[in-house]
Design a protein around this ligand. Structure first.
Ligand code: 3PG
Length: 209
């Protein structure tokens, strides 16, 4: 299953990062992203009742119609809650050995946030299959190509400040996938979920080009 998850994440290219202020906003924004064609969802644990949303999305999009993961997972307890709720992958803003070990125990991909070569080396040595470069826009797309010199086989997920306008730059510099939050889901704050779906479709189209 882990191999299947990794190949699905790679194929989808753009992971939608959902960080709503309420359960309803987050859940509706996630559905809008899936409708717009972004079916890999990172449901962050700053969203209220994130575990319930993960369960509900898995129920409503069965048989691989969507790939639901958990984000902002800072400790092993949260990772366990996320995995038991059905999260297929786990993301952190930072690297946590405890989360890495827990995810390895359940054979769930762990995508930790890293900013330096030392962070990356540690995360790789704990078995992370994908490394999230975070906050990516602070360093820019060239950081990806620079890192792929000494780490030629590393799979990177640029996250933090990725937009429709710079999406191509990240992939041109060798990112494997990207994570996109605010520039995709901002209209959800005003209840405009149709616009979130349109944004998702725009990302899908840009990635497919
Ligand atoms: C987040 O922290 O919510 C993610 O890193 C997404 O960042 P973004 O909103 O800048 O895309």
């Amino acid at each position: 299953q882990k191999i299947d998850t990794l190949s699905k994440i790679r194929d989808t290219g753009v992971v939608a990062v959902l960080r709503g202020d309420s359960k309803e906003e987050t859940s509706k924004a996630a559905v809008a992203c899936i409708k717009g064609g972004l079916n890999a969802i990172e449901l962050t644990f700053t969203a209220p009742h994130a575990d319930e949303i993960i369960e509900e999305l898995n129920r409503d999009y069965p048989n691989g119609q969507a790939l639901i993961g958990a984000g902002t997972v800072l400790d092993a307890s949260t990772a366990r809650i996320a995995i038991l709720a059905g999260a297929k992958f786990v993301v952190s803003p930072s690297f946590s050995k405890a989360v890495a070990k827990l995810c390895n125990l359940y054979s769930i991909p762990y995508i930790p946030g890293c900013m330096t070569p030392s962070d990356i080396q540690t995360a790789l040595s704990y078995g992370s299959d994908i490394i999230k470069l975070f906050p990516a826009a602070i360093v820019g797309p060239e950081m990806i190509s620079e890192l792929r010199g000494p780490f030629p086989n590393v799979n990177l997920m640029a996250t933090g400040g990725v937009t429709l306008a710079n999406l191509k730059d990240w992939f041109d510099n060798g990112t494997t996938i990207v994570g996109v939050g605010g520039s995709l889901t901002a209209p959800a704050k005003d209840g405009d979920f149709a616009q979130v779906a349109k944004n998702a479709k725009a990302y899908r189209d840009e990635f497919n080009q």
